[in-house]
Ligand binder design. Structure first.
Ligand SMILES: Nc1ncnc2c1ncn2[C@@H]1O[C@H](COP(=O)(O)OP(=O)(O)OP(=O)(O)O)[C@@H](O)[C@H]1O
Ligand SMILES: [Mg+2]
Length: 260
């Protein structure tokens, strides 16, 4: 893979985007400086899975959440707040409280979370995510993985445009295959690379899943098996434990990104 690169991890709700983002960051951190941008405005467990304290949300850094229209009007000042003069936006220059670093050296940046009932929509977070990713300047060995919210909400916000490629996660459900098709088409229209990974696959359903994907003309680039340790560590809110899924991902990334 040619670093630097911004990879958006996307797909239907619950397919394993967050788990795969964390495992992928561990694999990639052996060769690259990896950052995770958590752009999911509702789920809050990524820091636990990565084994870090939650960083302060970036929305606080730019003065808190505002109305969507106001933020759209204020884009230059948001970019100004995030960027260092002439250097563009660099994650390694953010104040320490906004970036948590794991044992493996993986940096985590969180955009913001909807916490209160009636707080309004997540659009301001999506705007900030887009501004951050579009303006981000990466060094030679840096990679950014973006963990997104479920489904296709980010499409409306054109977050895809700000990334270089899409890693689309499906699980053995027909809905997730349909969502993957939508995302794949978007990637194609934007001239971006995309790969589809089938996750939580058990031996008995593997062939059926591949048949259903083939019927939709959806190419599956890799299969990650159901991993009980991973499932249990998620359930217990612990740093992710995985041997099966991480092995499968290592093989997949080696192949699709020529990492080995
Ligand atoms: N390979 C796997 N084997 C077993 N369980 C898995 C695997 N991948 C993910 N899971 C489980 O699937 C559930 C959903 O995973 P995760 O939270 O990563 O999905 P998500 O796509 O990020 O969900 P959301 O759309 O809510 O953000 C979790 O319970 C996780 O433990
Ligand atoms: Mg998630």
């Amino acid at each position: 893979m040619k670093a630097p690169i911004k990879v958006m991890v996307c797909g239907k709700g619950g397919t394993g985007k967050t788990a795969i983002t964390v495992l992928a960051s561990r694999i990639l951190s052996e060769r690259f400086k990896v950052y995770i941008v958590d752009s999911d405005e509702s789920n809050i467990l990524l820091p636990y899975f990565l084994g870090v304290e939650p960083p302060k949300p970036l929305i606080d850094y730019i003065g808190g959440k505002r109305e969507e229209e106001e933020m759209e009007r204020d884009l230059p000042s948001i970019v100004g707040a995030l960027a260092r003069a002439r250097e563009g936006i660099r994650l390694n220059l953010l104040p320490r409280e906004y970036i948590a670093t794991s044992r493996e050296g993986i940096g985590l940046v969180t955009i913001g979370k909807v916490r209160e009932y009636g707080e309004g929509c997540a659009c301001p977070f999506n705007i900030l995510a887009r501004v951050l990713l579009s303006g981000l300047v990466l060094e030679g060995d840096e990679i950014v993985l973006v963990d997104t919210d479920a489904g296709v909400e980010h499409i409306g916000r054109r977050l895809e445009e700000a990334c270089d490629s899409l890693l689309i996660i499906v699980d053995p459900t027909i809905e997730s295959l349909e969502t993957a098709l939508t995302l794949k088409n978007i990637a194609e229209n934007l001239n971006k690379d995309s790969w589809t990974i089938a996750n939580k696959v058990t031996e008995d359903i593997k062939e059926i899943l591949l048949e259903e994907a083939a019927k939709l003309n959806l190419k599956v680039d890799g299969i990650v098996r159901f991993d009980r340790d991973l499932y249990l560590s998620c359930l217990k809110r612990e740093p992710l434990k995985s041997s099966i899924a991480i092995d499968d991902l290592r093989e997949i990334f080696g192949r699709i990104w020529r990492l080995v």
